[in-house]
Design a protein around this ligand. Sequence first.
Ligand code: ADP
Length: 349
Amino acid sequence: MTNTAFLQDLIAALPLPTLVIDRAERVAALNPAAEVLVGARAVGRNFVTVLRQPVLVDAVERCLEDATPRHAKFVLGDVGNDVTYDVTLKTVTGAGLLMVSFQDITHKAQAGQMRRDFVANVSHELRTPLTSLMGFIETLSGPARDDAAARDRFLGIMQTEAGRMNRLVGDLLSLSRVEAEERVRPTGQVNLTGVLQTTLRNLNPLAIEADVRLRPVFGAEPLPILGDADQLLQVFTNLVENAIKYGGKGKPVDILCETSLRDPALRAPGVRITILDHGPGIDQHHIPRLTERFYRADNHRSRALGGTGLGLAIVKHILNRHRGRLKITSELGQGASFCVILPLDVVAT
Ligand code: ADP
């Protein structure tokens, strides 16, 4: 077996896409996984025409010069659909070869991007009320110091803005707690009927204030599920509160409940709780993104109503933990329907 054939066989056994560059700066061998990345028929060609991306080419040139191990980035795909590789460059001392192996780190890169976006979003959400508070503090300690009427008005606004920050921090804490527990299956025996009744009782004052009638369309019989009662209360509170907020004055909100021995979405016994409002509804293109953090279909309305943009993200994580689903359907002008599907605890029924 020639050296080249041996080399080819050797790297073919490696799981990572790998290629080898020789002293003459040509590709000496590459395995099938690397062919997928840089194309076939690379053997014998100069590495610059094979690897092409300047960052990687530059790193290879420097390694060939000083034999120091390095890492470089290699990105494939279209914008928004990138696959990112961490490329390890290592000289095989003695043989005068440079081993180039690619590791897909797309998930890590995406997680990093999400973290950066999240921090930027949180900072932006906090900055708006904070700027407003700072402005009013300045006005109150200067020009409006002795103006009693202005003072009362400004204090009112400051209270609203402080409340907005407080809700945001509260929702962020809930979200991080819920995310941390997402993989831990809940084990509590919960009666869903009780949770729904508590939700409606708690939100009744808000509904009265908004001139909204809550119409429960479910019986009193217990609905046993395995769950976390506090988190489920939060799910229905967020959904019913949204229906009251966005459904609009004078419009009713219906809360329906339906069980089945084989729910089509779960392929198991399940219960569907639907919160139905008769408000302006949501445009189709927003629906798939509503459970993203800080995503708002109607930015102005959400902010005016004191929304944090986190309510549905919290709902989604809690339902994931309960192996449940959320189905949102709506048509503009026809109201919105938020359907929670949860597995029933058949052992307890
Ligand atoms: P927010 O705090 O803004 O209400 P959510 O995560 O609870 O945040 O909801 C995300 C967005 O979904 C809202 O900003 C709103 O635009 C839209 N939305 C939620 N529920 C309804 C509803 N019942 N009717 C119309 N739009 C809704």
